[in-house]
Design a protein around this ligand. Structure first.
Ligand SMILES: NC(=O)c1ccc[n+]([C@@H]2O[C@H](COP(=O)([O-])OP(=O)(O)OC[C@H]3O[C@@H](n4cnc5c(N)ncnc54)[C@H](OP(=O)(O)O)[C@@H]3O)[C@@H](O)[C@H]2O)c1
Length: 335
């Protein structure tokens, strides 16, 4: 029976192909997991659609939650039956990043988790939040850790600060919740009034439709009494960055995360400089960031927002849903 999906070239969402994988016994330092759920990220879409030149036969998906089936002889960090999460950068344990790119990232540089069994280094896994379902757990490694690092690690967010969030996807729905748990004020933007109402239920204090208000950066700044917001969770990229720069207060922070509007473009550098803004690029985070985020999820009972769950064999449909932009929060895969 087929129990995995692979990319066949030329890569498109619809050329994802089922295959059968067998479990491999773990060697020293390794753990065999039964993958129970994955979540989709825009990065996975860039891989499966061919934009990141995947190799033929690559098994996609960076994020997984699963159950330990067996451990290598020297592994003491996990035991059979433990519920675990993957990490986006299996080799980045802690400290500052000293690498560039995605060579070791599951589902990009190496095989990912769109498969029933995976044998991986124990050091590349973390425990799961205790009360989470596998689907909830699978949303944390990329989107959740990115939002955590943007606001808490790099942003050092404080109660009473104002955070501007773009859209209602995976990173943004985590960012709304993290900001509210930190005692911040959230200005949420979306293309859809209906999604704005859902962002309000999630905790957003102010709502702006970025389609009907193209000057949303200025509109956000006008909602504050200090000339702009303290933090922007910038998932749009070059098409949204000018408005984000407009939105920040003097000395404000923009967490540069996304590429939804493209990979390069004109940036009003003089305005950023004049405002003494802090523009900080980041890609996900380390295993230690994930461990810290998991503690925060447990302590605050934060629940990921799951839009929909697809069976693994319907992975193409799940990606088509992601591309449609109709989702709110995370799209998950169940195995
Ligand atoms: N640097 C990193 O470490 C990192 C980690 C994770 C993700 N990312 C990047 O961050 C971006 C978002 O990722 P995601 O997983 O959260 O994606 P996602 O779940 O697919 O969310 C996309 C959402 O963004 C909103 N959006 C789309 N175009 C927009 C625009 N022009 N202006 C404002 N909002 C827009 C839409 O929300 P509405 O429908 O509400 O308008 C859309 O549903 C992607 O580019 C991804 O590659 C980067």
């Amino acid at each position: 029976m087929t129990n995995a999906m692979q990319i066949r070239l030329p890569a498109t969402i619809d050329s994802l192909t089922p295959l059968t994988v067998k479990a491999r016994e773990p060697m020293q330092g390794e753990v065999l997991i039964r993958v129970r759920a994955c979540s989709l990220n825009y990065h996975d879409y860039a891989v499966v659609s061919g934009a990141l030149n995947p190799k033929d036969g690559l098994i996609p998906l960076s994020d997984a939650a699963g159950e330990v089936l067996a451990v290598g002889s020297d592994v003491t960090s996990f035991k059979v039956g433990d519920r675990v999460l993957s990490t986006f950068y299996p080799m980045w344990a802690d400290g500052q990043p000293d690498f560039v790119g995605f060579a070791t990232v599951p589902g990009d540089g190496v095989d990912g988790y769109a498969q029933e069994f995976a044998t991986v280094p124990a050091s590349s896994l973390t425990p799961m939040p205790k009360s989470y379902s596998y689907e909830e757990g699978a949303t944390l490694p990329c989107a959740g850790v990115t939002a955590w690092r943007a606001l808490v690690v790099n942003g050092n967010i404080k109660p009473g600060e104002t955070v501007l969030i773009q859209g209602s996807g995976g990173v943004s729905t985590f960012a709304v919740q993290i900001a509210k748990k930190a005692g911040a004020i959230v200005i949420a933007t979306s293309s859809s009034d209906e999604k704005l109402e859902r962002l309000k239920v999630l905790g957003a204090d102010h709502l702006i439709n970025y389609r009907s208000e193209p000057n949303w950066g200025e509109a956000a700044a006008n909602l504050t009494d200090q000339g702009g917001v303290d933090h922007v969770v910038e998932v749009g990229g070059p098409g949204t960055l000018p408005q984000s720069i407009r939105a920040i207060r003097p000395g404000g922070h923009i967490a540069l995360i996304g590429i939804l509007t493209g990979r390069e473009g004109a940036v009003p550098t003089a305005e950023l400089m004049r405002k003494q803004g802090r523009l900080v690029g980041l890609t996900v985070g380390s295993r230690q960031h994930q461990l810290d985020f998991i503690k925060a999820c447990e302590a605050t009972d934060m629940r990921p927002v799951i839009d929909s769950i697809f069976p693994l064999m319907e992975l193409s449909s799940a990606f088509n849903k992601l591309v449609s932009g109709s989702h709110f929060g995370k799209i998950c895969i169940t195995l």
